[in-house]
Design a protein around this ligand. Structure first.
Ligand code: PLP
Length: 430
């Protein structure tokens, strides 16, 4: 069993200077009763090394961006080369044009693009643009989907499709929440009811086309096409939040899988190769609402910064090599099959959702297709599972709602080692 003495000491230090000891609440181990979060010292390929000298196989992948593994040589080289030429200019660069073209080539619906610094900013801005374009205020979102920490999207479900949202965070005014309608994912009837109730007040429907925030959940056949058609008939725009999904399951966006094209798309995570980034884009006539061409304002000192552009281009160059996603899928299937065999062998109540190199284990007997089902999965069992993994050398997110992410650097041996550790946890800890 791993010793975490130094992590514990550093967490005490951290709490004296950093609020709660973490710079993002999702990094806290509170929800899993896990004590002090691990403090990492370095990471390479699919591995993490903590301040106690322990090695972990990493499936957190920094909550998704690190699809090419840690310290990938090509990304490292791109960043060091760019940093020697200056890291921030506050002017235009050829790099940002090259990167925008590369994104547009992979995702043709991005007729125009803007770079920002996080997924939060990207989503927040698409909503502003949709409101500016339509002259309407309300937004429909789906229950359990996280879209960053801007006011408007930190709103939980009302008690039914015709109810307005209530704030999910202190500090979000009721008046803001009144503009958000939350309906269950994969529930067309509730979606239709919300659209018919609020009609021409709805500026946009915000969707994770493949959900990544209550685990990996795919849309049911026809759901997204119907959402598009109903929204458009209502004069509302459709925004895809592809912060998790862009370049996750294939070289391009989730639209290649779901076969439906939105009006606007927000991205982040993978496209920065591990550096801070966000991007949004879409139909030219809509994007023309943004300053300096239009009246919707969006700006950023760091937006399109050369380091993120260089790292993003390098990351996409790795991902566009032949066979990358096939290999992620092969290893993903091996991990899923191995986990399912252990679930059966040890009679664990669990279901797995997987797409290519992303998967979630839910401790429940029901297949998860919406947030209510994910919420009903057993958090206590997950917490024991999590604690068992981090004390034996596997790093995953401390939340039953997060996915495991494979990287291009994981190997067959990593999967075999992972399954051996999971077996030990199932046998001794659950
Ligand atoms: N949208 C989705 C789907 C996300 O998963 C996240 C973050 O996890 C965000 C938006 C916010 O991105 P960021 O954390 O870069 O602000």
């Amino acid at each position: 069993m791993y010793n975490h003495t130094n992590s514990k000491k550093l967490q005490i230090d951290a709490e004296e200077v950093i609020l709660g000891g973490v710079n993002s609440p999702s990094r806290s181990y509170k929800a899993v009763d896990g004590g002090a979060p691990l403090v990492m010292e370095r990471a390479e390929g699919p591995y993490f090394y903590d301040v106690d000298g322990n090695k972990y196989i990493d499936y957190l992948a920094a909550y998704g961006p690190i699809i090419t593994g840690h310290a990938h040589p090509r990304i490292h080289e791109a960043i060091t080369e760019q940093s020697s030429k200056g890291i921030l200019y506050g002017t235009s660069t050829k790099l940002e044009i090259d990167f925008a073209r590369k994104l547009q080539k992979a995702i043709p619906s991005l007729e125009r693009v803007r770079f920002v610094n996080s997924g939060t900013e990207a989503v927040m801005t698409t909503i502003r643009v949709a409101r500016a374009y339509t002259g309407r205020n309300k937004v429909i979102k789906f229950e359990g989907c996280y879209h960053g920490h801007s006011d408007l999207v930190l709103v939980a479900a009302g008690s039914g499709p015709s109810q307005l949202g209530t704030p999910d965070s202190a500090g979000v005014p009721e008046s803001v929440a009144q503009d958000v309608i939350t309906v269950p994912f994969n529930n067309l009837e509730d979606f239709k009811a919300a659209v018919s109730h609020f009609g021409d007040e709805i500026a946009a429907v915000l969707v994770e086309p493949i959900v990544g925030n209550f685990g990996i959940v795919e849309p049911e056949e026809g759901f997204l096409q119907a959402v598009n058609d109903i929204a458009h008939d209502n004069g509302s725009l459709v925004i895809y939040d592809e912060v998790i999904t862009a370049f996750r399951f294939g070289y391009g966006s989730a639209t290649d899988i779901v076969g439906v094209t939105p009006d606007l798309t927000a991205m982040g995570k993978i496209i920065g190769g591990g550096t801070p980034i966000g991007a949004y884009g879409g139909r030219l006539d809509i994007m023309e609402s943004v300053a300096p061409l239009g009246a919707a304002y969006q700006a950023g000192t760091m937006a399109g910064n050369p380091l993120s552009m260089a790292a993003g281009i390098a990351c996409l160059e790795v991902l566009e090599q032949p066979g990358v996603y096939e290999e992620l899928d092969r290893l993903g299937a091996k991990l899923e099959d191995g986990l399912n065999a252990l679930i059966e062998k040890y009679n664990v109540t669990a279901k797995i959702n997987r797409l290519v190199g992303a998967l979630t284990i839910y401790f429940t007997d029901e297949t998860v297709t919406n947030y209510t089902q994910a919420e009903a999965s057993d958090g206590e069992v997950f917490a024991s599972f999590f604690r068992g993994l981090i004390s034996r050398g596997i790093n995953i997110a401390p939340s039953k709602y997060e996915a495991w992410f494979l990287t291009t650097e994981h190997t067959d041996k990593d999967i075999d080692d992972t399954l051996a550790i999971v077996e030990d946890v199932f046998k001794n800890d659950l």
